[in-house]
Design a binder for this molecule. Structure first.
Ligand SMILES: Cc1ncc(COP(=O)(O)O)c(C=O)c1O
Length: 484
């Protein structure tokens, strides 16, 4: 007796059969980590009894999974989830040693790709799924805030920000040993505004700014808009920029500022060890080069304690620390902040003329969320979800990408982006066009470099709970990469 046809939807009979349904369930369990690489699958007899399907149904399901490369048969032993291949880790990057003019192709920006294409799976946008945010809690808090104090809606607000929020930010800095006073904090419209203000305060058009390589393309867009040149510093995928290279690069006095993400950089995900952070802060202080530290991913750590920002080692006010609640709490609120050290007064002025203030009800709602304890619980869940998503993506990449792929991490330290280096044959700009034609998006490497390096690299953002849809998209990307 052949399998019962479950539903007659779609044009493929295959998708409607019991064996296929069983294969899908198992593939989903592998994708979300319920079944781990190397784990033995139930025997055919046992699964047939458990699922109340015929032996041939289970056999066909296992064959389907073998064809997809998800499981393997071991003689006399049974079926196992295929162990992920351990890809090599890329080396320290080797960007050009000269400053580059910055020109970013706006059509490659993830938001633009998402707007122009009908995407089935978007690995480009670094915005987490709405499912991962405390939307209902925030909605209740926002309603309470405006009910108790309706005048807040007509309040222009203090340009440096709501005191309740600044107090909460100052209180939380104690976790990493920061002794920040609420008066030192300026609330901004997201980290983007903070980056803009910091660069405006310390640079003039034509100046050179040292950045990690590869670097966040949003930063490159800001450098371009201010007509600043970028000097890419060699960066290690696990430990961040090379302090030795920065030491050399800052010798001739040409570098006027340095912008870095020591904690879980975007796109590399690197985490600079504390000792390097200390050396970095001392070096830049000695050289009189301000450090603009973007700590937007600092809370997304997978193990141990929250990593300290480089600001923790700053004794002279030479470090401008900025972060934002957009990734952690509410992307739409656009609430960020900056502690500008020596440049506090300049930033206060710049904030005033740039956007005057940040909407007060939104700041107050975040302050209450931080105060009432919901924040820590939410962060724990968010970190766990991101780690699961990244781990699933790493396993899928190891399963489906060509054998000469290099992956910057095997056990991700934090954040939710992955940097993948393909064979030098692959052109990720071309790969992107082929992937977009199939409704899959990612961010190609050249977008992260003013010198257009990293043509064979790509960034994958793991922003949604992992499903078979994501697994298939990674499989397809791996196949397309293998065609070069
Ligand atoms: C490294 C980095 N800095 C800043 C931003 C912008 O942050 P916000 O949305 O708070 O303006 C992003 C957003 O993706 C980012 O990845």
């Amino acid at each position: 007796m052949t399998d019962v046809v479950l539903h007659e939807q779609g044009n493929s009979r295959k998708t409607a059969t019991l064996y296929f349904q069983l294969a899908e369930d198992l593939a989903q369990a592998i994708a979300n980590g319920t079944l781990q690489p190397g784990e033995k699958l139930p025997s055919i007899r046992r699964l047939s009894a458990q699922r109340q399907v015929s032996l041939s149904t289970v056999m066909e399901a296992y064959r389907e999974l073998e064809d997809r490369g998800l499981i393997e048969a071991r003689p006399q032993s049974g079926f196992y989830v295929r162990a992920a291949r351990g890809f090599a880790v890329p080396d320290l990057t080797q960007p050009p040693q000269k400053p580059s003019e910055v020109v970013v192709d706006p059509l490659l920006a993830p938001a633009e790709l998402a707007r122009l294409h009908d995407l089935k799976v978007d690995f480009g946008l670094a915005i987490l799924s709405p499912k991962l945010y405390p939307n209902q809690q925030l909605q209740r808090i926002l309603a309470q805030v405006t009910r108790h104090d309706p005048d807040i809606l007509s309040d222009y607000g203090n340009p440096i920000g709501d005191l309740e929020l600044r107090r909460q930010i100052a209180r939380r800095s104690l976790i990493w040993g920061g002794q920040i006073d609420a008066e030192e904090i300026i609330v901004t419209n997201g980290a983007i505004e903070a980056l803009n203000l910091c660069l405006r305060a310390v640079t003039q058009p034509g100046d050179v700014v040292a950045i990690e390589s590869p670097a966040y393309f949003g930063l490159l867009q800001i450098l371009e808009s201010f007509q600043l040149k970028a000097l890419e510093i060699p960066t290690h995928p696990q430990t961040g920029i090379s302090i030795e290279a920065l030491e050399l690069a800052t010798r001739n006095g040409e570098v006027k500022a340095c912008v870095l993400l020591p904690n879980f950089s975007n796109p590399l995900g690197s985490l600079m060890p504390d000792e390097n952070k200390r050396r970095l802060v001392e070096l830049l202080d000695t050289r009189g080069v301000p450090l603009i530290e973007d700590d937007i991913y600092g809370e997304f750590y997978n193990h141990g304690e929250r990593p300290r920002p480089a600001k923790a080692f700053d004794k002279t006010g030479n470090v401008m620390l900025l972060a934002s609640f957009t990734k952690m709490v509410a992307p739409s609120f656009r609430v960020g902040w900056v502690v500008a050290g020596r440049w506090h007064r300049e930033l206060e002025q710049l904030k005033f003329i740039n956007t005057f203030s940040t909407p007060v009800p939104l700041q107050r709602a975040i302050a209450r969320f931080l105060e009432n304890g919901g924040y820590d619980h939410h962060l724990r869940r968010l970190r766990k979800a991101c780690a699961e998503q990244v781990n699933a993506a790493v396993s899928a990449i190891q399963r489906y990408f060509p054998g000469d792929t290099r992956l910057h991490v095997h056990v991700p330290q934090g954040g939710y982006v992955l940097w993948v280096e393909l064979s030098a044959r692959v052109d990720t700009l071309e790969l992107l066009q082929r992937a977009l034609a199939e409704g899959i998006s990612f961010t190609p490497g050249p977008l992260f470099s003013p010198s257009n390096s990293y043509r064979n690299c790509l960034r994958i953002c793991c922003v949604e709970p992992w499903t078979i849809r994501h697994e298939r998209a990674i499989q397809r990307l791996g196949e397309l990469a293998g065609d070069f």
